[in-house]
Every structure is written in C-alpha cells, then in structure tokens.
Ligand binder design. Structure first.
Ligand code: GLN
Ligand code: ZN
Length: 420
C-alpha cells in the first residue's frame, strides 16, 4: 500500500526528482515516472482499494433510506413511551476521564505486555464503575464511558475496512493531546459490529437507558486523511452505510437511544461560499443515511462541538435528529437565539458547563443558563448536559460537576411544576 502514499521523506524525494527533470530533462527521470505511472495504474484496479460489494450497495441505496419512518412529533411520542424520562432529562456526551491508569493499561496492551483478556477485564471494571456512579448520582440517560476508545475516529477506523494507520503520523488535536488520524484509502465496509458488545455489557448493568455511542460518517471523513481518487462525498456515503449497519445492530441488541457524533461537520465547509451548499447537502445526507434506519421509538442523538450554527441552521434542522447536544455554556446560550428564530422543532441539549476548564461549575450557574435557554426554547425541548465529552477531565472534577448538574435539573423540574 505504501506505493500510494507519500510522507515527508517521499515528498522531498519527489521534489528532487522534479528538480532533476527540470534541469536535466525528462529522460533523466524516466524510471521514476514509469514507477509513478505503475502505482497510479495499480491503484485503479487494486482489490486493496476497490470492493465491488461496496459499490453495488451504494448504487442500490435509495433516497427513502435517508428518511425516518415518521415525522418528529410521532417519533417523540413513541420515544416518550419507551424511555419514560423526566422533564429536563440529564445525560453526558459520552466519554468519561481517560485517566493515566486507562492510558497506561492501553499502552501496555498495545505493546503486547498485557493480554487481551486482562485488558478487557480492566475495561469492564472501568465501565461498571462508571455505570454504578451514574446511577448513584442520578443521571437519567447513561453512557458506557468510552474507556475502550483511544480516539473517537481512530477507534472506528481501526475496525472498518478501507483504512490504514501510521506508526508516527501524529497530529495535535487539543492542547497537548495528539491523535493519529486514519488514512482512508480504500472502499469502506464494516467486517463486524464495532461497539455492540460494550453497549450490551453496559446496559446489562442498569435498567436506565444507556446510549449507543458512535462517531458519524462526516466526522470520520473530516478527521481522516482521505483518498483523492474519488469524490469525498462517495467515501463519506460508504462510511455512512457502515455506520447505518452499526446503528441497526445496536437497535437489534436493544438500544433505545443511539448517539451519532458529528463533532466536525462544519469543519468540512469549503472555503468558497458558493460551494457550501453542495457540501452541506451531501454531508447532511450522509448523516441521515447513517441514522434513519431505526424505528420511531429509537431516539437518535447527535453531538456537535463548538460551532457557529447560525448560517447552517436549515442544514442542522435537515439532520432531523431527535436530540442534538451543542456547546453553549461559554456563549451564555447565545447560540440558541438562532435555533429559536429558525423555530427549531426537535430537542436540544445546550451544554450547561464548559468542559475545557478544570473548574467545577456551580448548581446556580447551570440553573441560570437553563432559564436563559427557556427564553428561546420550550421546556419540553430541553435536555441538560455538559458542553462536550469528559475524557480530558479528572474524576475529582467530573463527580461534583455532574452532581451539581443533576441538582440543577431537579431545580428546573420544580420550577416547571410550580408554573403548571
Ligand atoms: N462522544 C464523544 C465524547 O464524549 C464526543 C466528543 C466530541 O464530539 N468531540 O468524547
Ligand atoms: Zn464536543
């Protein structure tokens, strides 16, 4: 596969080949040009790149596969019956602290110093502790905690066909954190379920609903290095079909809510405004293709990291998720004005505290933010959650913060009962 990839060393070599060609004539680099032409020709036919089953499936995907069975109002009633949640339901965005213990055990497993069974056992212990704590603290919709994931894109890339990985291709993602983005170089398919066992284990420990937790097709695409021999849109649709299969498997296993994160949807916007709508159309279409296969009663969530939403609200609306969580804490809910102006109909979890700082938020601050949210949106539309995933925080910060958040939601429920 390396014949199709060029990293720093190969690119410098290419530069020196070009220099030779320019100075001494094309003939002097005939061998190199022939090798390059061979690589390009190989790529056009290689079974490492092309999978006829994937192409056939994509060709057969019908427009109806992008649509949920019923409109939101009907789904909402079915979901209310199924989930039996209080007003202002509380949840988190998915990850819990990736402590140094978790990272150390993963590194030992990667190095071969810790066997699979022992690694799984460790992760099960972390997951069980997280479920017990979420029950104790009084959250309404739980998550398994993502302890088994190195990164929300790398984890899926490693389980899908069509992706390759580098040993040293690190990219800074946030602060001092780095990830190794997958290289998407072939047709994408899903050899086996990727998250169902972890979800099933977590759900077996509690009667409260545990969200299935997936990364969406657009975010997997935008956070990978993507092949240039076909439009990005096609690669994204292939990922969408793979995620759709995972969604179906989670639902069949009994998941009542499934979150499909599209943290990086906005990051794919082309620079030229005139190209925006084409991108947004296929990006939203891919999200819908991944999500829309479920029953009305299965609740689809998405999460989008801090973004300017105002100029893409019709597209956010077109995603037609049952619940979207967004980062709003630092902007004092200002983003919600846009959602209100647009008459956004579905449910929203506006983040009530900033997870990028170690500071533990006060209950009153979160109550105040949620009261501001109600200036813009109806109480029935609102969920209570942090701004983003909690993987970069410490348990000592997360525990009191979430306890205060749950207490804030109880205050809001009492407010609402008082008003009735
Ligand atoms: N589920 C992911 C997490 O909680 C979402 C993070 C993100 O969108 N950046 O970590
Ligand atoms: Zn986020």
């Amino acid at each position: 596969m390396t014949q199709w990839l060029a990293f720093a060393v190969q690119k410098i070599e290419e530069l020196s080949i070009l220099k030779r060609a320019l100075n001494d004539g094309r003939k002097t680099v005939a061998a190199e040009l022939a090798a390059s032409a061979r690589a390009v020709a190989n790529r056009r036919t290689s079974p490492h790149i092309h999978d006829a089953t994937v192409a056939a499936r994509l060709a057969a995907a019908s427009p109806a596969m992008r649509d949920r069975r019923s409109p939101y109002a009907v789904r909402q009633a079915a979901q209310a019956d199924m989930l039996d949640l209080p007003a202002f339901p509380t949840t988190t965005i998915g990850s819990f602290p990736q402590t140094s213990a978790v990272r150390h055990v993963r590194a030992e497993h990667d190095r071969g110093n810790l066997g699979d069974a022992a690694y799984q056992q460790f992760l099960r212990g972390e997951t069980e502790r997280a479920i017990r704590w979420q029950e104790d603290v009084g959250l309404d919709m739980l998550v398994h905690g993502e302890f088994e994931r190195n990164d929300m894109v790398q984890y899926f890339g490693e389980r899908l066909s069509g992706f390759a990985f580098t040993a040293g291709g690190w990219v800074q993602s946030y602060g001092s954190r780095c990830v190794r983005p997958p290289i998407l170089l072939g047709d994408v398919s899903r050899p086996a379920a990727m998250t169902v066992d972890w979800w099933r284990y977590a759900q077996s420990l509690t009667r409260k609903p545990v969200k299935g937790m997936l990364t969406g097709p657009v975010t997997i695409l935008n956070w990978s290095f993507v092949r240039d021999d076909q439009p990005r849109e096609i690669s994204c649709r292939q990922i969408a079909l793979a995620i759709r299969d995972e969604v179906a498997d989670l639902e069949a296993a009994g998941a009542r809510a499934i979150q499909i994160d599209e943290a990086a949807l906005r990051e794919g916007l082309p620079l030229r405004k005139r190209d925006w709508q084409h991108y947004l159309d296929w990006a939203v279409d891919c999200f819908r293709l991944s999500a829309a296969g479920v029953d009305d009663a299965t609740q689809i969530h998405t999460h989008m990291c801090y973004s300017e939403f105002n100029d893409i609200l019709p597209d956010i609306g077109a995603m037609d998720t049952d619940v979207i969580s967004i980062e709003t804490a630092r902007s004092q809910m200002e983003l919600l004005e846009g959602f209100a102006r647009y008459h956004y109909p579905n449910a929203i979890g506006p983040g009530v505290y900033d997870i990028h700082a170690p500071r533990v938020p006060l209950q009153d601050e979160m109550v105040a933010l949620m009261r501001l949210a109600q200036v813009h949106l109806r109480p029935e539309q609102l969920w209570v959650n942090p701004d983003c995933g909690l993987k970069t925080r410490k348990w000592d910060e997360v525990k009191p913060a979430i306890a205060a958040m749950v207490a804030a939601a109880r205050t809001l429920r009492a407010d609402l009962a008082g008003r009735a």
